[in-house]
Design a protein around this ligand. Structure first.
Ligand SMILES: Cc1ncc(COP(=O)(O)O)c(C=O)c1O
Length: 371
């Protein structure tokens, strides 16, 4: 249907990448990475060049999120998916409760359900709806997702938990631009390939003393199986020495640091404000067109990191998405694959420019209204 559509020059975004992860990586960061020459890449991750870079990221995160002084910044290989099993085997005492509102929160629940010696409970809403966590006194850990990337739902509030319970937050795609009071959380984690424009394969987490204590208690129970690669003590001890447990990829760490420095220069509140403006632009556009609608009806849960916009069934969005990709004008605005909706899913991540989102919305409208 869109085979003959040509995007007017003035509507071509400066960067075609609008995916909800991996996020676009600024080209200037790729270039400066190449200029590091022999100083960093191909050198030992146990020596000062890499360790200083890791330290800069840890301190940059501490500063950006204004972390409580007694929290540790723990990082390691494997990304958020890896952490689900690491939390299940090493942080859950007996029972975890999961607040599920999309594919990722559900996968976390399934990872815990798979571990025979713990119990996992699912509190679920239909996909497209939001759910805030509650303190469940029977559970020793509450698991919630700051930004459900598959549906574009964000949390609107956190709960207080009691002394024997941990609050764990999967902040993979929201951390940094979806407001969250980290001092209320015990374990807050992200993957760098989202808001911070890094690369996949790494996790970065913030642990409260209560969370660290829990991992120590479980580690002391010799009857419990714990995969060696998921050893919390090693992960924490090595992080304190600005190292990962096993060999990391340096590109990802380098790239996060570049965006993190820029975000620190703006400050957390400003970055959240910019994200909100981009969200208002995209949701406002959807509300202004009769062939579009916001997938997330409850405004309080609409994400300011990933916007999901439903399109009238008469318009085949996949055709337009395919055409824009083939012309190298726009990449990766498809709905989350398993959701199966006639939908655009658009990244509002920090490095996606407001002006480019303006162009994207205009060019989509132009394409559809020219039919
Ligand atoms: C909310 C959320 N959690 C977890 C993951 C998995 O992250 P990773 O691919 O880094 O394991 C993703 C990936 O998109 C995500 O969006």
């Amino acid at each position: 249907m869109f085979e003959n559509f040509t995007v007017p020059k003035e509507l071509i975004p400066s960067d075609p990448r609008f995916g909800s992860g991996p996020a676009l990586i600024p080209v200037k960061h790729l270039n400066s990475m190449a200029e590091t020459g022999t100083k960093l890449f191909g050198t030992s991750h146990r020596q000062s060049a890499v360790r200083n870079l890791v330290k800069e990221v840890q301190e940059g995160m501490r500063n950006y999120f204004n972390l409580p002084k007694d929290y540790e910044v723990v990082l390691g290989n494997g990304g958020a998916t890896f952490l689900w099993d690491m939390i299940g085997t090493g942080m859950v005492q007996k029972k975890s409760t999961h607040y599920v509102c999309g594919e990722f929160s559900q996968k976390w629940y399934k990872a815990h359900k798979n571990i025979p010696w713990i119990e996992a409970v699912e509190k679920k809403v239909d996909f497209g709806k939001g759910i805030n966590p509650q303190n469940d006194r029977d559970s020793d850990i509450i698991c919630t997702t700051l930004n459900e990337t598959s549906t574009g739902v964000q949390l609107s509030s956190l709960c207080e938990v009691d002394d024997s319970t941990l609050l764990a937050v999967d902040a993979t795609s929201g951390a940094g631009q979806v407001p969250c009071d980290i001092s209320k959380t015990d374990f807050f984690y992200l993957s760098p390939q989202k808001v911070f424009s890094g690369e996949g394969g790494l996790f970065i987490s913030f642990m409260s003393p209560k969370a660290i204590e829990r991992t120590e208690k479980i580690a002391a129970d010799s009857s419990r199986y714990r995969p060696i690669i998921m050893d919390w003590k090693q992960a924490i001890d090595n992080s304190k020495k600005n190292q990962t447990y096993n060999t990391p990829g340096i590109c990802g760490i380098y790239l996060i640091n570049e965006t993190l420095k820029e975000m620190n220069a703006l400050g957390y509140d400003k970055v959240c404000e910019l994200a909100q403006k981009k969200a208002q632009l995209v949701y406002g556009w959807a509300e202004s067109k009769d062939y579009l609608s916001c997938y997330i009806q409850e405004k309080e849960f609409r994400s300011q990191a990933v916007a999901t916009i439903d399109v009238d069934e008469k318009i085949p969005v996949d055709d337009l998405i395919k055409k824009l990709r083939a012309d190298n004008i726009v990449y990766d605005i498809d709905a989350y694959r398993k959701l199966g909706r006639n939908q655009f899913r658009i990244s509002l991540f920090h490095n996606v420019k407001y002006e480019d989102l303006e162009k994207l919305t205009k060019l989509i409208s132009f394409a559809i209204e020219s039919l």
